[in-house]
Design a protein around this ligand. Structure first.
Ligand SMILES: Nc1nc2c(ncn2[C@@H]2O[C@H](COP(=O)(O)OP(=O)(O)OP(=O)(O)O)[C@@H](O)[C@H]2O)c(=O)[nH]1
Ligand SMILES: [Mg+2]
Ligand SMILES: [Zn+2]
Length: 358
């Protein structure tokens, strides 16, 4: 294990997983940039352009089997004239996924092998706690630790007031009010970025993700967009996900703002909604949906003012969406098994019919 690889996030686990590939004469590399059909990969010494080998493409059953930014891959070094070849993607220890735009059943990996997800929101008039809740939900499922970053603190008189509001929504999560324009405020983020640790920045367009990356690096590596005061939403400025190394160690993945974050694989809501989960422990029915069931502690808390109606609404909306999405994914998995000849047409028809009824 070389220091250069460790600085890129390589660990003993990856080393063990890589053994057969090393036997085959391949090199480990980390994907730093993803274009449509070509990737940029870092080996610790070199930066190569790489393409996916035919065999990997052929065996891929979906988009998630292709490399994403942050992935560790086994590559054949570039030949005289050509690009490097990506022969395999190592298993991910964490990943932030969304539903691919235009296809509700296709998983798209936004960032792989991340220790921390910085969920970035703006403290300007674009401040939106509901949207943060949504990001938080997906972040918990990624396997990485979510941290909420409220940027543009320089624009408000008392940034701690909205920060406290968010702390109340996410009791288990660190919440930092920062400003990309005041680098000293970003020290709180550096604490999450030791040598070889990777954090991905996620959040709506214009909240200042790329500005934070630039400020942490100390120069303008990422393009940012100047927005008029009246339009601090900005337009999409970043167009690619990109992994960069920080001078003091640590790696950051900058991502373009997502117009809508479609949920993917959100197992449980209880980590995001710890308050509702605590209350739900006192509901009469174990499978209480907190709608009109008798003895529901959650609706009782709303009635008494202990829990806000908006918070419960947000929970219900995400819960319904999660259920819908997992049903679609079940269906896709069944169709895929059928395609591979593992189940018959009759079983598939029955499955779809049962779904329709459920
Ligand atoms: N006042 C103030 N403006 C900021 C701060 N951080 C970013 N901005 C401005 O906000 C605008 C958008 O910043 P970007 O860094 O491009 O935002 P982004 O989140 O990367 O946006 P996308 O790449 O489109 O997703 C730019 O005009 C920045 O100068 C901050 O802390 N304070
Ligand atoms: Mg950007
Ligand atoms: Zn209940």
């Amino acid at each position: 294990m070389t220091d250069e690889l460790v600085a890129l996030g390589w660990t003993a686990q990856f080393e063990a997983l890589f053994e057969p590939h090393r036997q085959a004469g391949l090199s480990p590399a980390r994907v730093s940039l993803e274009h449509t059909h070509i990737y940029r990969v870092l080996t610790g010494h070199d930066e190569w352009l790489a393409r996916v080998a035919g065999r990997l493409r052929h065996h891929a059953s979906g988009r998630a089997d292709f490399p994403g930014v942050g992935d560790w891959v086994a590559v054949e070094p570039p030949s005289q004239a050509g690009d490097a070849r990506i022969k395999a993607v190592l298993p991910r220890f964490s990943r932030f996924s969304r539903r691919a735009a235009g296809d509700a059943t296709e998983e798209q990996v936004v960032a792989a092998n991340i220790d921390t997800v910085f969920i970035v929101g703006g403290l300007d008039h674009n401040f939106n706690p509901r949207r943060l809740e949504r990001y938080l939900l997906v972040a918990w499922e990624s396997g990485a630790t979510p941290v909420i970053v409220l940027n543009k603190a320089d624009l408000v008189e008392d940034p701690e007031a909205p920060a406290d509001e968010v702390r109340a929504l996410a009791p288990a999560v660190d919440v930092h009010a920062v400003s990309a324009r005041r680098p000293e405020t970003l020290d709180a983020l550096r604490d999450h970025l030791g040598v070889g640790k990777t954090a991905a920045l996620l959040g709506s367009s214009g909240v200042g993700k790329s500005s934070i990356v630039n400020s942490l690096i100390g120069h303008e590596l990422m393009r940012t967009h100047d927005v008029r005061e009246s339009d601090s939403r900005g337009r999409h400025t970043s167009t690619h996900r990109q992994l960069v190394m920080l001078p003091g160690g640590g790696l950051l993945i900058d991502t373009p703002g997502m117009r809508e974050l479609q949920l993917w694989d959100t197992g449980s809501l209880s980590e995001t909604f710890t308050d509702i989960a605590d209350l739900a422990a006192h509901c009469r029915f174990r499978d209480c949906r907190h709608r009109d069931e008798p003895g529901c502690a959650v609706t009782a808390a709303v009635a008494s003012g202990e829990l806000s109606e908006a918070r419960l609404e947000s929970f219900r909306k995400l819960d319904a969406e999660r259920e819908h999405s997992s049903r679609q994914q079940d269906e896709r998995a069944m169709i895929e098994r059928k395609r591979q000849g593992r189940v018959g047409a009759k079983a598939l028809r029955k499955h779809l019919k049962d779904k329709g009824r459920g």
